[in-house]
Ligand binder design. Structure first.
Ligand code: COI
Length: 358
């Protein structure tokens, strides 16, 4: 059990805030978890009021982006208790990300202890459905040196955010968005770190994401770095679509993040008796399927996004290909209802995904 000093008082509940009106990621809760790494070990775990870090301008993270993060959510249950959703998968992925980025790993048990202790402390700020407390663990390299080497000092911290739906404009339920297909920018290559939750992966997608937003698209679909044809993921979320009644998605690889929501949606689809196919899908095949009507739904799925219907794919040449006739489609909505029903403790949890913390 990780020993954690608590230097805070529990925040009071804020009444009457509609989670739908909260801008995602803007306002953190008042307290955070912090732990330092020096002289070869993690030490001094504590929960304290959020305050700015004092970083030397040469801190490794500021120059070489030696940083990783995670994203998971805590949900208010009908009894008023609070539960995390599959946090063991985040703990394991954080561990894998640390190894790839030459960051000293936090033991999975310590990660879970830290997340649970902070969520317990901030429990009064977990909004009711459709809100939740978004949890953002992160590690940064803080050694002040511009020599290109792994930092010898790190800070592990966890922030939490009372949140509503990620795509505020996407509508009620699963919601719907438009997506830009990028043929000019790739996100990840074999041997790279596309399957790692490293800040730099996300920074590399921001320019094209801003361009997408100018075109009215909320996300960018990236293709593979070799042939520029294989459908991969959308930077902040995975892509699944429904073709001839089965869910199809590209298989996990070094270039695709192993999404917790992706995994959960595929498991729920199997519970529904839907076929699930994880295989290479080219953009030409996707467009052909959309045009001949065999692809009827496309789903963006991620912790922040949950499952969101994709209404259209826009290409950089200006052409737009619609997805099906209704968005979100019926299967997207059924998957969404089952997933959030489990997360909020409103439906049975046959897979044992819900992890009560307090
Ligand atoms: C998450 O879904 O938790 C992520 O980290 C994606 C980010 C775009 C918010």
């Amino acid at each position: 059990m990780l020993e954690i000093r608590n230097l805070t008082t529990e925040p009071e509940a804020t009444e009457g805030v509609d989670p739908r009106t909260i801008e995602f990621g803007r306002d953190n809760s008042p307290n955070f978890f912090v732990m330092d790494y020096s002289d070869g070990q993690w030490r001094n775990a504590r929960i304290e009021p959020v305050q700015p870090f004092v970083l030397h301008p040469a801190a490794n993270v500021l120059h070489y982006a030696q940083t990783i993060f995670e994203g998971l959510k805590a949900y208010r249950q009908p009894s008023g208790s609070i539960a995390l959703f599959r946090p063991n998968l985040n703990a394991a992925r954080f561990h894998r990300s640390a190894r790839r980025m030459s960051i000293p790993a936090v033991e999975e048990g310590a990660f879970l202890d830290a997340v649970s202790a902070l969520v317990t402390n901030e429990r009064n700020l977990v909004p009711p459905e459709p809100g939740c407390l978004y949890v953002r663990p992160s590690i940064i390299g803080v050694e002040p040196s511009v020599g290109l080497k792994s930092s010898n000092a790190f800070t592990f911290f966890i922030l939490t955010y009372p949140s509503g739906p990620y795509f505020g404009h996407a509508g009620e339920g699963a919601g719907s968005i438009d997506v830009l297909v990028s043929t000019s920018v790739t996100r990840a290559c074999q041997g790279g770190m596309g399957n790692v939750k490293a800040g730099a992966n996300y920074a590399g997608t921001l320019a094209i994401l801003e361009r997408a937003k100018e075109l009215g698209c909320a996300q960018v679909l990236f293709l593979d770095a070799v042939g520029h044809r294989g459908v991969e993921e959308m930077g902040g979320m995975n892509l699944i679509f429904l073709q001839n009644g089965a869910l199809r998605t590209p298989p996990l690889s070094e270039t695709i993040l192993d999404g917790v929501t992706r995994d959960s949606v595929l498991a729920i689809a199997e519970d529904f008796g839907l076929g699930v196919e994880e295989e290479f899908i080219s953009i030409d095949e996707l467009v052909a399927g959309l045009r001949d009507g065999s692809v009827t739904e496309a789903i963006a799925c991620g912790t922040a996004a949950v499952t969101t219907g994709i209404k259209t794919f826009r290409f950089e040449d200006g052409s737009v290909v619609p997805v099906g006739t209704v968005c979100p489609g019926p299967v997207t909505s059924q998957l969404y209802e089952r997933l959030v029903g489990i997360q909020y403790g409103l439906l049975p949890d046959p897979h044992g995904w819900v992890h009560p913390v307090v």
